[in-house]
Design a protein around this ligand. Structure first.
Ligand SMILES: [Zn+2]
Length: 386
C-alpha cells in the first residue's frame, strides 16, 4: 500500500547513464556526454529527449566552441528545482534535516532534539514532524518532493528498508522505511549513515569522477564507506568497510564487538579517554580535559592520541592496500583533534601502505551535521536511477 520505493525515473541504460553523469557534472555538451558514456551522439539526444519533456533536463543556449568550429552545440543541464528531496540524519541525540535539490544543493535545514524516549515510535513521530516543517518552508517543496532519505548509524538493510541494529535503545529490526512511508506519504530509502555520506561525497563532493574511492570517519567510532568500480560497496551480508573492527593486534584488548585489538579499541574517542585516565590515574578526566592536557604537552595525554593516530593510520593503510582507491577522504568529529594525532596517522599510513598504494592522498574534509543529512537526501536522488 505504501511502497518503500517509488519507481525510478529512468530505466533504460542510455537514459540512466546520461542522467547519472549530468547529475554529477551538469552542464555537459552532447559531445562530452557521448564521449564519457560511450554512447553515440544520436543515442545521447534520444536518451535526453524524455528527460527534457519531463522537465528534468534543459538545453542551454548554443555555444560556439571556436570561430568557424562548425555547428553550434547546445549543452545539456539538469533543471535543479524540478524535484526536491528530504534527507534526515538520525544521531544518538538529535535529528538533522535538509531539503536538497536535484544536484544535492542545500535549500533549507532544520533539526529536533530527541527526548527521553528514543524508541522507534518516538523517533518516527519526531521525524514526521521535522519532515512536515521542512516541506512547509516553501510551497514548491511540498509540491515537488516525493522522496525521503534517512541515514542512521548501525546495521541497515537498505533494500528491505530495515534497521537491523542501531545504538539507539530498542532499535532491533525496525521496518523504518515502511513506517516513515506511512507517516509521511513519501517514498523512503534508509541507509547506514557512513554509506550515505560516502555516496554523497562520491557523487557530489571530493569523490566526483573517481571509480575507486573511500571515506573514513573518525571520532566516537571509526568507520568507512567504499566505492569500488563506481559502485558503493554494501557487502553480501550488509556489512563492508568496518574499518573500526579490523584487528590490528590479535593480542590486544577486547572490543565491544566481541573481537580483540580492533582499530576502535585504540582509536575511538572513548579509548583515548580511557587510556589517558589509566595513565594519569585520574578517573575524573573528561575527553575535553584530555584534549586540553595534550595541547599543553602532557605526556600521557599526548601518548593516548599518538596511539590512536597510529591505529587509524594502520587501519587506513590496510584499506588502501586492499582496494587501491584513488583518494581517501577523512572526516568525522575526530578532525577537531587532528592537530594531536594527524602526524601519527600520516606516519603510520605511509609506513604500512603497500608500495604504490601509498600514492593515494588522504584528504581531510570537515563535514558538519547538515552534510550527513545531505547524504541522506542523496539516497533519494540516487533512487531516481535503477
Ligand atoms: Zn571491534
Amino acid at each position: 500500500m505504501f511502497p518503500n520505493h517509488a519507481q525510478p525515473l529512468v530505466t533504460a541504460p542510455a537514459e540512466t547513464a546520461v542522467l547519472a553523469l549530468l547529475l554529477a557534472e551538469s552542464p555537459l555538451s552532447r559531445v562530452e556526454l557521448a564521449r564519457r558514456t560511450g554512447l553515440s551522439s544520436t543515442a545521447v539526444t534520444k536518451a535526453a529527449r524524455p528527460l527534457i519533456v519531463d522537465g528534468y533536463l534543459h538545453e542551454l543556449p548554443p555555444e560556439r566552441t571556436a570561430p568557424g568550429a562548425g555547428r553550434p552545440v547546445n549543452p545539456l543541464a539538469v533543471t535543479v528545482d524540478r524535484e526536491f528531496f528530504v534527507g534526515i540524519k538520525i544521531s544518538g541525540e538529535a535529528l538533522f534535516g535538509v531539503v536538497c535539490d536535484l544536484r544535492a544543493g542545500l535549500r533549507v535545514t532544520g533539526g529536533r532534539q530527541l527526548g527521553e524516549d528514543r524508541s522507534p515510535e518516538a523517533v518516527c513521530g519526531l521525524l514526521g514532524e521535522l519532515v512536515e516543517e521542512l516541506l512547509d518552508a516553501d510551497p514548491v517543496f511540498r509540491e515537488r518532493t516525493r522522496r525521503l532519505g534517512v541515514a542512521v548509524s548501525g546495521d541497515v538493510d537498505r533494500s528491505a528498508g530495515l534497521v537491523r541494529y542501531s545504538v539507539l535503545p530498542g532499535w532491533r529490526d525496525v521496518p523504518l522505511a515502511d513506517e516513515l512511508a506511512r507517516a509521511t506519504g513519501l517514498s523512503v530509502t534508509v541507509e547506514n549513515d557512513v554509506k550515505a555520506l560516502t555516496a554523497a561525497e562520491h557523487w557530489f563532493g571530493e569523490g566526483i569522477g573517481t571509480e575507486n574511492f573511500a571515506l573514513v570517519t573518525i571520532g566516537s567510532g571509526v568507520g568507512s564507506g567504499l566505492v569500488v568500480n563506481g559502485q558503493l560497496v554494501t557487502g553480501a551480508y550488509g556489512v563492508a568497510g568496518e574499518l573500526g573492527h579490523i584487528s590490528i593486534d590479535p593480542d590486544g584488548p577486547p572490543c565491544h564487538c566481541g573481537g580483540v585489538g580492533c582499530v576502535e579499541v585504540f582509536a575511538a574517542s572513548g579509548a583515548i579517554l580511557a587510556s589517558a585516565r589509566g595513565a594519569t590515574g585520574r578517573a575524573d578526566l573528561s575527553f575535553d580535559d584530555v584534549v586540553q592536557l595534550a595541547r599543553v604537552g602532557d605526556r600521557a595525554a599526548r601518548e593516548a592520541f599518538a596511539t590512536a593516530g597510529r591505529a587509524i593510520g594502520v587501519g587506513i593503510a590496510t584499506l588502501v592496500s586492499l582496494l587501491g582507491p584513488e583518494r581517501v577522504v577523512v572526516t568525522g568529529e575526530g578532525l577537531d583533534t587532528y592537530d594531536l594525532f594527524g602526524i601519527h596517522i600520516r606516519e603510520a599510513y605511509a609506513a604500512h601502505c603497500f608500495k604504490a598504494a601509498a600514492k593515494c592522498p588522504l584528504t581531510l574534509r570537515p563535514l558538519p551535521w547538515e552534510e550527513w543529512a545531505r547524504g541522506a537526501a542523496v539516497l533519494g536522488i540516487q533512487a531516481l536511477l535503477p
